[in-house]
Write a protein that binds this ligand. Sequence first.
Ligand SMILES: [Zn+2]
Length: 141
Amino acid sequence: MITIVCAECSKSPFGVTVHGFFRCDHCGSEITVRDLVLDPGEVWAVDSAGTLGYLPASDRSRTRGRPVKNLRDHIDLTAEKAQIDADIKYAVTLDFGPHIGYLGAYGETLARMAGEYRQHEIARRVLTEYADETLDRANGN
Ligand SMILES: [Zn+2]
């Protein structure tokens, strides 16, 4: 965990308070986790001493054993869209029940694909929209 230092005094880290706020040990300035500005993939964390910090994206991806792709290098998401095309082509061949079940679980698949990107939220939005469009087309709408 990387400790976050108070921006007001630049002297101390924040400690968690009983109210769920974080208070600077030096100047008493208080923040909430909503005040944090983190990069995509970074997550805030509190260590065992109650000190506020964050986990960098690369650390998290290492623990998940998965390379983090950059959306800038795969701006068209070509591989993922080809996979979605194939998956939806398969889904429409299924009977009604399995079809609904398959598509119901498909959000997980999209989340997993998007999770490989540093900009996973953007990737997920793009892929979800693409899947919806592809499904509409497959259903002849
Ligand atoms: Zn301070």
